[in-house]
Design a protein around this ligand. Structure first.
Ligand SMILES: [Zn+2]
Length: 417
């Protein structure tokens, strides 16, 4: 009965464009930092659409939004999908937003076809995936998976000097449900690839089998402030120079590892940051990723050793703090098979792949069977206003999502404990 249900490509595209108008930037992108005024406007629009589609909408204590399309058995764990609505400061219209609106399009398509599923379907918006305005990134899904405490998230201070709890209250998204209390039958996140592989391989769907591990190190390098004109070159303790040598060394270690290693230093602060003073302090963030846990450990060890060696030869003090440690996450084999079956049913060209970026799905995978569906994006570009994808590819991913969720939600399975 359900095999000919289709998503509506034009409707999905229009919703993406309408959401893209919220917090719109001059070059086609969006800026909706989590729990900002713009994010509230985006959330409000999504909630309105979901209510119009007949969903029950609730929030939890960290502002995660759950839009539920009820099924025949209200007590059954929900078949869940979703992603995030917040963006990078120069974000695009698709990163995260696509996964949320593809979920909404699945609900609308099921409504059009008047299908009642056995299990409820939840479309979820996870709070603060991007971590732009406050920490931690992936906050909502981390709380849901029990790897971040609600109290710590509430106390986190935003770039505007407010606390997250204040923002949740003022935006109207502070709910009472404890994150993680709701049982999920599964979670399937659709997302643009954010890389160039599907496009270059000519495939429409990426079946994601795992997410690579991510580690964030905060590296503090301490030397001594001194006069640029009077301090001889051999008597300096230049923290910025030491940090620079470290950054070059870290990049070399990652390049020498293998094709999968990723190392980025994208943020550095220097004190006193003044033209005529040798910098006494440098702090940078180091983002390290690899799909294998053992290699991640080995890279981490070599990088620390290299930084200590540079600090020692330059009389600098070194302080390394691990901010994030997310091990590689393999997705559920069972659910991946369901995604593959949906791809075959829909007749799209697909390939298995791993996710280079972190996603909310990596947290949810700790508490429920999880998978991801990737669609191509133009030139592999993301976290950029020019981020783009075709209406046909976006609809294809939503179509695979529809048939994956339908397979789980119509199955008369025994609920998992
Ligand atoms: Zn994303």
């Amino acid at each position: 009965m359900s095999t000919d249900i289709r998503v509506n490509e034009a409707r999905l595209w229009q919703s993406l464009m309408d959401m893209g108008a919220v917090g719109a930037l001059p070059h086609g992108g969006c800026c909706r930092a989590a729990l900002s005024r713009e994010d509230k406007a985006g959330r409000d629009l999504f909630v309105r659409w979901c209510r119009e589609a007949g969903c029950e909408v609730t929030f939890d204590q960290v502002g995660n939004i759950f839009a539920r399309r009820v099924g025949r058995h209200p007590g059954r764990p929900s078949v869940a999908t979703g992603s995030h609505l917040d963006t990078q400061p120069h974000g695009g219209k698709f990163d995260g937003i696509y996964g949320v609106l593809a979920g909404l399009e699945v609900v609308r398509a099921l409504n059009d076809a008047a299908v009642t599923t056995e299990a409820p379907i939840d479309v979820i918006v996870w709070t603060n995936e991007e971590g732009v305005r406050f920490s931690p990134p992936l906050a909502g899904s981390s709380a849901f998976a029990g790897v971040a405490e609600v109290g710590k998230i509430h106390d986190s201070v935003t770039l505007d000097g407010t606390t997250v709890r204040q923002d949740l209250e003022s935006t109207g998204y502070l709910g009472t449900e404890r994150p993680g209390d709701r049982r999920l039958d599964c979670f399937v996140e659709a997302h643009i690839e954010q890389g160039p592989i599907l496009e270059s391989e000519g495939k429409t769907i990426g079946v994601v089998t795992r997410i690579q591990g991510i580690r964030w190190l905060k590296v503090g390098v301490t030397g001594m402030d001194s006069h640029a004109g009077t301090t001889p070159m051999n008597r300096r303790r230049d923290a910025l120079l030491g940090a620079s040598e470290m950054i070059v060394a870290l990049n070399r270690i990652a390049r020498d590892q293998d094709e999968w290693a990723r190392l980025t230093v994208g943020r550095i602060e220097v004190e006193p940051n003044s033209g005529a003073t040798i910098p006494g302090k440098g702090v940078f963030n180091c983002d390290l990723r690899h799909p294998e846990a053992a290699t991640l450990d080995a890279l981490d060890t070599r990088m620390r050793a290299a930084m200590h060696a540079i600090a020692a030869k330059s009389s600098l003090e070194l302080d390394i703090e691990m901010l994030i440690d997310k091990p590689p996450v393999p997705f559920s084999g069972d659910l991946i098979d369901t995604v593959r079956a949906a791809v075959r049913h829909c007749g799209y060209a697909s390939m298995d792949m791993l996710s280079g970026a972190g996603h909310d799905a990596m947290n949810v995978a700790r508490v429920a069977p999880t998978a991801m569906i990737f669609v191509p994006c133009k030139d592999g570009l993301s976290h950029n206003e020019a981020e783009s994808a075709t209406p046909a590819d976006l609809a294809a991913g939503a179509h695979v999502l529809l048939h994956t969720l339908l397979a789980r939600a119509t199955a008369r399975r025994v609920a998992r404990p």
